[in-house]
Every structure is written in structure tokens, then in C-alpha cells.
Design a protein around this ligand. Structure first.
Ligand SMILES: [Zn+2]
Length: 92
């Protein structure tokens, strides 16, 4: 995604996109504390962001798989229980 304007960074590390410097920091509340980041730095940061997002995605994927495996295990256990109940029923 492309955006117009520049990237600004507050002393606290908060980043904002925009044509003009943000007046107030949403994170720490400081006024006029934003400095313009050079474009090379923006690209670097954006790359970092995408890598972080990818990492998040993979974590989410692993969690999903774990949940699936848990659900399968549960279903299997329920099936065995059902079979056991059936066997008991035949014996009677
Ligand atoms: Zn701040």
C-alpha cells in the first residue's frame, strides 16, 4: 500500500504518516515532538513491519493447527468412548 506524505516519529517511538508533522502524539501526549524520518529509513521500517506481520501470520497459523489437532484428539476420544459404551451394551 502506498501513502502520500512523510513519516514522522515521536521521541517516544510513535510513528505517524502524513503530509504535515502531527501536532500531538497519541501515545505520549507530547506536542510538536515529531521529527520527519528520511525516506530510506521509511523503507527499512516498512520492511520490518511486513516481517513482523508475516511472523504474526505464522504464529496464528500454528495456533490454528494446534486447535485443529486438539479438536481432532477430542473427537477421537469421544469416538472411543462411544465404542466402549457399545461394547458394554453388547455384553449386557
Ligand atoms: Zn510520543
Amino acid at each position: 500500500m502506498s501513502y502520500a506524505g512523510f513519516m514522522w516519529e515521536c521521541a517516544c517511538g510513535q510513528l505517524e504518516h502524513g503530509e504535515d508533522s502531527p501536532e500531538e502524539c497519541m501515545k505520549c501526549g507530547k506536542i510538536n515532538s515529531f521529527v520527519k524520518l528520511p525516506e530510506e529509513l521509511i523503507e527499512e521500517r516498512e520492511r520490518e513491519f511486513t516481517e513482523e506481520e508475516l511472523e504474526l501470520d505464522s504464529v496464528r497459523e500454528v495456533k490454528k493447527q494446534m486447535q485443529k489437532r486438539k479438536a481432532m484428539k477430542k473427537a477421537k476420544m469421544q469416538k472411543t468412548q462411544l465404542n466402549n459404551n457399545k461394547k458394554k451394551g453388547r455384553k449386557r
